[in-house]
Write a protein that binds this ligand. Structure first.
Ligand code: HEC
Length: 150
């Protein structure tokens, strides 16, 4: 009897862990009318993601303006605002709703800003930093082409 309960508990645990695992990987999406993947979030969660987006756009502006002015400190400060340290504020429930590919792109977008910080600190040329920013904007473009937040 105890053994049966133990097996049942184990099966339940494995089932739950598997379900969380699948959720973590797939997230919660459906296909939108324009063919993109629509990720269903609560208004508060959507707000968190969009606020992060607007911060990243601000960083892009600061990096471009800094390069145009030859002001590497502005480039570093601007890129750092959207670096990997920014991700810590994402609640676990939101993490589960985002598909794996979205999370990967999100992480690489943040570490792309880290790379710009390092390049500017190491005295790379503005052209090199612009090239990195170009790669970085490619990440923005590919994620926006794939996902939307209705
Ligand atoms: C991991 C995916 C992903 C990446 C990477 C990404 N975005 Fe977004 N972004 C989105 C989604 C999804 C939306 C919502 C679009 C929609 O619903 O049509 C969005 C919306 C936005 C918005 C609108 C914000 C608002 O308040 O409405 C801005 C600005 C933006 N992104 C800027 C950027 C910039 C700049 C980058 C690159 C540095 C970037 N994003 C990278 C997924 C991403």
């Amino acid at each position: 009897m105890t053994k049966t309960i133990a097996w049942a508990a184990l099966a339940l645990w494995v089932g739950t862990a598997a379900a969380v695992g699948v959720l973590f990987f797939k997230g919660q999406t459906e296909t939108a009318v324009d063919g993109r993947q629509a990720i269903t979030l609560t208004p508060e969660e959507r707000d968190i993601v969009l606020t992060e987006m607007r911060t990243m756009l601000g960083s892009v502006r600061d990096v471009v303006a800094g390069l145009a002015d030859g002001d590497m400190k502005a480039v570093i400060d601007g890129a750092r605002t959207s670096g990997s340290n920014m991700q810590t504020a994402v609640p676990p429930a939101l993490m589960l709703k985002l598909p794996m590919a979205f999370k990967e792109l999100g992480f690489s977008a943040h570490s792309g800003f880290d790379e710009i910080v390092v390049a500017a600190q190491q005295g790379e040329t503005p052209d090199m930093i612009l090239a990195k920013l170009g790669e970085q904007l490619g990440r923005c473009v590919s994620c926006h082409a794939e996902y939307r937040l209705p």
